[in-house]
Design a protein. Sequence first.
Length: 228
Amino acid sequence: MASNPKRALILYCSQNADIDTPTLDALCQRGCSGQLLLERSDSKDARKQDIVQLLGLSDCKNDQMKTRLTERFGNMKLGLISPYAPVAALAEVVTFYSTEIPDDLMAIDVDVLLVDTTKQHMEDIMVKLLDTTPHLLKCVVMRAAVQQQQIKHAPQQSSVTKNGVSVNVHESNCLVCGYWHDGSTRRDHVERFRVDDMITNGCNGSTLAWHYLAEIGHKLGHVPKYGA
């Protein structure tokens, strides 16, 4: 019988370093992958914009963010770990915020924890957690520079619109993401935590990053399915 995850961990890196990541590869082999489309923004700070969009806060002023999170995700407790100073303002809107990664991530009392780190640190974290946290939805996200033809545009539906309105997305940048929770996630043919493999062989297609946290919240039982 399929089980539902109780918590989620999102590991994000803004740089696609060319290093071996066998544990991240193993996660991708066990689960499923897809693309997150990024809304165009006037900001030149790609890393900050990625984090803002992963939290579902695009086009949201700082003084509106806490209300936005409550409206979209209710009482779901969010945590953010990032050493990147420009995202420090988000400390006011999440349940937990730190600039340093503690030894025991699972001791942090949140439902969803987003960790902004390097690809190597993502590998190091997943070495500890891949096979020891059966109730955790494990998510890995990486920025990708792609050719326009690699962006998989889905038909116009709720997954590629925001509040029912089509938005402009980047044609040369997106995020690739892999998920795994034993008992609930599908499995595709991705073999490695690599951009080309995840785009070509991922079964999750593409969706706006705006919907990402909502989809995770749905998997955890906190929010209804978007488009429902």
